[in-house]
Write a new protein. Structure first.
Length: 63
């Protein structure tokens, strides 16, 4: 799939910010540790949906 074909599959985009956290010192852990700790996700904040027009997508990833 090329970038044009991929872009044609996207209906909308939104700015986002994710806060991650770790109970492990210096962020040193295994995959199993992460699963046991219920993951690392703390919070996800999404902005307003924006129609994924060619002009919008080109600003994020020129193709």
């Amino acid at each position: 799939m090329n970038n044009k074909q991929l872009a044609d599959c996207v209906e909308w985009v939104a700015p986002g910010f994710e806060i991650v956290q770790s109970i492990y010192p210096d962020w040193k852990f295994s995959v199993e540790d992460s699963i046991a700790a219920q993951g690392l996700h703390g919070c996800l904040v999404l902005g307003d949906k924006i129609a994924a027009t060619h002009d919008v997508l080109i600003d994020f990833y020129p193709f």
